[in-house]
Design a binder for this molecule. Sequence first.
Ligand code: ZN
Ligand code: ZN
Length: 424
Amino acid sequence: MAGTGVADSPVARVLVGLDAIRPWQEELYRSLHQHPELPHQEVATAAAAADALRTAGYEVRDRIGSTGLVGVLRNGDGPTVLMRADMDALPIKEETGLPYASTAHGTDAAGNAVPIAHACGHDVHVTSLVGAARLLAEARDAWRGTFVALFQPAEETATGATEMVEAGLTDLVPKPDVALAQHVLAYASGTVGTHAGPFLSTAASMRITVHGRGSHGSMPQRSVDPIVLASMIVVRLQAIVAREVAPGEFAVITVGHLAAGTKSNIIPDHATIELNIRAYSDATRSLLIDAIERVVKGECAASGSPRDPEFELYDTYPLTSNDPDTTARVAAAFEEQFGERAFSAPSQSASEDFSTIADAFGVPYTYWGIGGSDPDEWHRADAAGTLATDIPANHSPRFAPVIQPTLTTGTTAIVVAALAWLAQ
Ligand code: ZN
Ligand code: ZN
């Protein structure tokens, strides 16, 4: 179809450089993969991104918060599009057996020595965004407006987006008309999935301390047993999702940690419960938190607990709810570019802090998924019905996207989505 209108389209004129940057992009990917960095420590990753952006002609602001970074490319009058990539890796030992597997170690925020790996694929996000940023810079006559490439620290601890906003992000870059982000997921590589409305759950963890009265194990009448109290709470919490949340509404309460006592014949004086909640709406999230507090206080009263329980919320993630109009625009552009490889993705129960950035600007956003799994392996597993268990997904020590067509797809998706605004 060479010589048709499609070949001259703005998208084609930007993507014409894709083959030429491929070796550079793949080398950058392998290097980032081998040198992963923990949340708020993404110094070398941010430097590599800053380098690529400066070379391409972007105005760069770095160290926004800890390692946050933005590159701005002003290209005449027109809309402003912000695209975000997260940079951090996980405290996991990589077990992919790849020749470019990470053997890195580091020190986490608590001072522990930990192995580090890009088991969530954020190296794909960084590499795709610097690639797309470079292609857009090399084909400035194909579009008009402003492109903002944003590299965020510490997605995995839900602290990086907030940190950039608190460091004055909204004053440092032009206000975007739309904010975009993507994540590599365990779909077949080469595919792109969009979803209008709630796509990723809002999440929070809660640490609860309940108080009893300690005693010798032979004299329970002198105690208020916090182990019995905590056990009642754990059982009673199960009724919240079952009896208070409407059937069909997504909600999870998982108690992942329960601790009390030291020895079989000592009744301790307190117990701690740590739980995680997930929901697809802020209303359901509030319902869960209120119900948990009510149940805990009620059980403490029932046990005759001598002190009020303590509640601490941490690792709180906002809801990622994709704007319908923005998503429709991106989905239509993906369908034109990717054909059958563009699909409508189901909601994921995982969580993200990207919406904090879009909300800080008060602009609509959409967040899409790109496939990272070997397409042959994926189709075999799909046909055998073993998809969920056999293909390593994000946060598995065996998760590593195939380099291609993952990088090309991630780069193309950014260009196509951005040009849905910038080529109008
Ligand atoms: Zn992750
Ligand atoms: Zn991730």
